[in-house]
Design a protein around this ligand. Structure first.
Ligand code: BGC
Length: 836
């Protein structure tokens, strides 16, 4: 058979050793990412008969839709996991009836989808994934038949890119039928547990209305081993150790400007970030709003005490040593320890507290103690002062709070700064300062203020003097990228003409037209293969973030070409049958090649582990698959801030907190990039916090909030994780498309942070009515994706007319070429080249 497959895709569908190894990592990640929200002692359970209901019981949702989908061999459902753990599920009939309702609903959806295709309303239909039915009523008959006193009800919701979650269609809350079902189960079963299989914060107000719910589990979306991990937590084989990464409000409207978000105020074009820096717990804590569950909260089957041992300051580095003791008597478990800082309210208004550091213990046996160290650089507590464009530590008391959640801490020290310290001098990148009218800061005579003052004066509180001169001012240097040193020598660049460089900075188009040295089947995009003969092979870019999104099965044609055997996006399975026939090969009649990849928990669930080492292992596991299948750029991790729980892609992102987000992305980057020639692509830079109208919406955000909340995580991923690539977002920020923003891409990213990797657009983010291709190049956005001939034509025309600067183009091309020459594919290419 003549084969053009050049990667290590298998020719049989046997389970590989790597699949088994990575499944183990996925399982461990899921175990540590499931949050126990409520438990009156009912959990853990001894295996026996169990009634399982709800959309997610038999059709557990492992991850969201869209580019974040992963095509694993099999995802273990909650029902399967429970059975494997020794439970007998006694509600098979209910689960099967539900599956039937799902199929009927899906058939109706398919019809609607196809009608939409006729009307060419493609954007709209792609953006509305099939919503799982809420489920049929649970009847008294079902309950009798289930013959058990124990029940788990799994609520499930699906979401994905292109659309935000709609309040009206119960995407954020329970439908009436679910409420009735849950109320009946709560009244009928002695032990009743609710599990929430949703990729973002969900309305749990039914907990206030319905009595008899003994435990609540936030399962989120846990990848292909989620069902197994769930069951092992239920039995107590493992003990929950996850914590929330967002504030769970009592009521959606408790969130600031809740009804102005995205589609809710009818204006999809302009989004005003009027809450400023007060996002998530920064708002709830500062304005004294009681959350349902605070940030950083989660239960265990055991209990822990956290005692400060000492607080040390070395230079500007702060280290807090703490002893964590398992005070329970039965279960071993892990604890997440968090350190928050309340900064002085001497100048700029500040949030009541912000996360400064965190650490997770290992497994501690009952009675055992582990000593952990939480450390951070005090300069990271600086706030951004717009008036003088500087990161500033204002004089006063920085109170450190140590504890098990944001609302369960104890003040352990005050760092007393004796004067103001400017730690970094920048220039503002927003056109006007304070353009957005933000809400008033919390009143100065707030109870928190008084508490701060009292704590600071507390005679017992350890007070550590910090001299302001300990901080040096870093002055950012804004150099034009055109006069940077090129990462690739002139000799290499000069092999290609300036016209040809226009092709280097564009991908090959969605279907990857043109010659290709190498294809990891199912890649989302490719760099150009037009210059294979001149020394430049193409490389492949594949999604994330919940694993590597590749074509699981491909068929091989007689001429040796490969063709997808099944849809890469679930939405494509709704295309008319004749279209599918043309698009997809027939695996029953043709030889196949296989690329099984691992579906890991979604980003939010990974963050809930609060375990950076574990996330690094997930990155390492992804890196191994990238090596095997020849992917150079992984289009992940996603790291936008959870500004509002309705954002359709929250599941892909980590948290409402920028520090946690940045640390997770840095850990993931380290894991992936420990494989030489494999690179992450942190995305979507920045303020891609809305999915409705994502291509056109303008995020109006003041410079301080932009820097402290929305850019901070990216900075950590760049500086600590050394992320090698970054994807710009679809949206505008303060009136300019991010992919056209010299301010953000060159001044902030490259000049201030020292990023020296590749910047690419999101797919089809430039073009008519959007950011322009050539302005993207000039701004420092190196690669236009997915690119295609039209992009190249336009760049050439602009080059000719003088509208595109040749030096900027050279610079971008150099960044693309550098990535290619440092890829693994390039090594293979060189070997072949030499052989020739
Ligand atoms: C998404 C990106 C993704 C890209 C390629 C876009 O629709 O926004 O996150 O990486 O597609 O699949």
């Amino acid at each position: 058979m003549k084969m053009k497959v050049r990667n290590k895709a298998a020719f049989t569908d046997e389970v590989t050793a790597l699949e088994k190894e990575n499944a183990r990592v996925a399982y461990e990640a899921a175990l540590e990412g499931i949050v126990l929200l409520e438990n009156d002692g009912t959990l853990p359970l001894t295996p026996g008969k169990i009634a399982l209901y709800g959309a997610g019981a038999g059709m557990t949702i492992k991850g969201g839709t869209g580019s974040g989908e992963v095509h694993e061999r099999h995802a273990v459902t909650i029902r399967e996991g429970m059975e494997a753990a020794g439970f007998t599920v006694t509600t098979d009939h209910w689960i099967e009836d539900y599956a039937e309702a799902y199929r009927v609903g899906e058939a109706a959806y398919t019809r609607k989808f196809r009608q939409g295709l006729l009307k060419l309303d493609i954007a709209n239909i792609m953006a509305s994934p099939y919503q799982y039915p809420f489920g049929q009523p649970v009847t008294l008959g079902d309950i009798m038949r289930s013959d058990t006193d124990t029940c788990i009800y799994v609520i499930a919701r699906q979401a994905g890119e292109g659309a935000d979650r709609k309040l009206k269609s119960f995407e954020y809350s329970l439908s009436d039928i679910e409420k009735e079902n849950i109320a009946l189960c709560a009244a009928s079963y002695e032990k009743f547990i609710v599990a929430v299989n949703v990729g973002s914060v969900f309305d749990l107000s039914f907990l206030d209305e319905i009595e008899g719910i003994n435990a609540v589990i936030y399962f989120a979306q846990q990848g292909m081993e989620g069902g197994r991990a769930f069951a092992d937590l239920i039995t107590g084989k493992s003990v929950p150790s996850a914590k929330t990464v967002d504030t769970w409000p009592k009521d959606y409207k408790d969130i600031p400007f809740a009804m102005d978000y995205s589609y809710l105020n009818g204006d999809l074009d302009e989004e005003y970030y009027r809450e400023g820096i007060y996002v998530g717990y920064r708002y709830f804590d500062s304005y004294d709003v009681e959350p349902r569950y605070p940030f950083g909260y989660g239960l265990s089957y055991t209990t822990f005490s956290i005692e400060k041992e000492n607080v040390e300051l070395v230079g500007t580095k702060v280290m807090v040593r703490a002893n964590v003791t398992n005070t329970g008597s039965t279960y071993s478990g892990k604890e997440v320890v968090q350190l928050y800082a309340s900064c002085p309210q001497t100048g700029m208004a500040k949030e009541y507290q912000r996360l400064a550091a965190f650490a997770k213990t290992g497994v501690i046996a009952p009675g055992g103690t582990e000593t952990i160290v939480l450390s951070f650089d005090m300069k990271d507590l600086a706030s951004y002062r717009e008036a003088d464009a500087a990161w500033v530590l204002e004089a006063g008391d920085y109170i450190l709070r140590l504890g098990a959640s944001s609302r369960d801490t104890e003040a352990v020290a005050a760092l007393v700064l004796d004067g103001e310290a400017v730690v970094e001098q920048c220039t503002n990148v927003s056109r006007t300062v304070l353009e957005v009218r933000e809400m008033d800061p919390p009143a100065l005579k707030d109870t928190n203020e008084e508490k701060d003052a009292a704590e600071a004066q507390d005679a017992d509180l350890l007070r550590i003097p910090v001299p302001a001169p300990a901080f040096e001012t870093e002055v950012c240097e804004y150099r034009d990228p055109k006069i940077y040193e090129s990462p690739v020598s002139d000799a290499v660049l000069d092999v290609l003409s300036t016209e040809e460089l226009c092709e280097v900075v564009a991908g090959t188009g969605m279907v990857g037209n043109g010659p290709r040295f190498f294809d990891a089947m199912g890649s989302a995009g490719y760099t150009t293969g037009a210059f294979i003969e001149k020394g430049l092979p193409n490389v492949c870019l594949a999604d994330g973030p919940a694993g590597l999104r590749l074509q699981k099965v491909s068929t091989v044609t007689r001429s040796g070409n490969v063709k997808a055997a099944e849809p890469m996006l679930s939405a494509l399975k709704y295309l008319p049958d004749p279209v599918q026939k043309v698009m997809f090969g027939d695996p029953d009649r043709q030889p196949c090649v296989y690329q099984f990849t691992t579906a890991f928990p979604v980003g939010l669930a990974l963050a809930q582990t609060w375990n950076t080492k574990l996330v690094e292992r997930v990155g390492d596991a992804v890196g191994k698959e990238m090596e095997r299948y020849g992917v150079t750029y992984w289009l992940a991790p996603g790291m936008n801030i959870h500004r509002n729980p309705l954002c359709g892609r929250n599941f892909e992102y980590y948290s409402e907190d920028p520090l946690l987000t940045g640390k997770m992305a840095a850990a993931m980057s380290r894991g992936v990039q420990s494989h030489r020639g494999c690179f992450v692509t942190i995305k979507h830079f920045c303020c891609n916090n809305q999915e409705d109208n994502r291509n056109r919406t303008n995020a109006n955000v003041n410079e301080r909030a932009l820097r402290e909340i929305y850019l901070r995580g990216f900075r950590i991923a760049v500086q600590e994780g050394h992320a090698r690539a970054l994807m710009t977002s679809y949206n505008k920020v303060n009136g300019t498309y991010v992919n056209n923003s010299y301010e953000l891409l060159t001044k902030v990213l490259r000049n201030e942070w020292g990023f020296d990797g590749l910047v690419m657009t999101d797919w089809f983010a430039t073009g008519k009515g959007l950011g322009s291709h050539s302005a993207a190049i000039e701004a420092g956005n190196d690669l236009i994706m997915p690119g295609g001939k039209g992009v190249v034509r336009e760049l050439r025309a602009k080059l000719k007319s003088g509208e595109l600067d040749g030096t900027a183009l050279r610079r971008c091309a150099a960044n693309v070429i550098r990535g290619v020459t440092e890829s693994r594919i390039y090594q293979a290419y060189r070997r072949m080249y030499k052989e020739k």
